[in-house]
Write a protein of this length. Sequence first.
Length: 317
Amino acid sequence: MTRLPRQNKVIIILGPTCVGKTGLSILLAKHLKTEIISADSMLVYRHMDIGTAKPSDEELRAVPHHLINILEPSESFSAGLFREQAAGIIDTLHDRNKIPVIAGGTGLYIRTLTKGLFEGPSADQIFRKKLREEESRKGKGYLYDHLAKADPEAASKIEPNDTRRVVRALEILSKDKRQLSVIQGLSTRPSGYDFIKIGLSRDRQELYQMIEKRVDRMMADGLLSETKEFLKRKPARTALQALGYKELGLYLRGEVEMDEAVRLIKKRTKLYAKRQFTWFRKEPDIHWVDITGIMKAEDIAAQVLNDVAILQDLIYS
């Protein structure tokens, strides 16, 4: 089947946590009479509603959503599975002449969908242990400096303190002998979709204040009770990394006081937002829209439509 140009488009709403992606995506999906695909690694899990700021039941009813509430916390998900499932949903929506809206802040999921997935050689735990021991002996930053000399392009895409990714890059170099940036380019296969990437940004301090208020709201809405039930379900490692549940788990085990647990949730959520900003700023072809001072979803949508002309063409064509 030959697609019309409009039928190949996919809108992606991205940005840091708490910035306002959910409300905007719902309004755009309503305007376009389409459906939303979540690109959030934690929204796939059931029983994690408050802590993940999952769309409300009302919002989920207002617009069909995909890849939300599809797994138990004890199950695992990955960027590869996201790409596979999201691509199938996109194709189905295109066949129905709908433009999918993807919304989320998991940068790896979005990159995997737009650029393809690089698998690389299998993990070598002995080699990884050797590298970590070297870092311990020679000082923090040693491995990153080594990577920067061996493959400057790959190093530029990794935060110096992200030891896990630095070790993986060096592991691949040791096995393949070619630079990681070279073999990634040869191994990844971008999809054939025409992506329209819209990034939402805010003044950093405003975003941090919004994060603090949201954490307070989550606590008032029963995040502690939700965490107790969540931990009873024997969650796998991925779900256990979810912000909020991890810190309240410390409280429930008696390792920290409640005030400290809440402080940690706020601190780590802000750090996560900062990492998201850093990740997305390196991604190409994003239409960035500054929504500082704008809180209502309707006003955010108006600003985005004003700044991104191609959306006006799609909505009003």
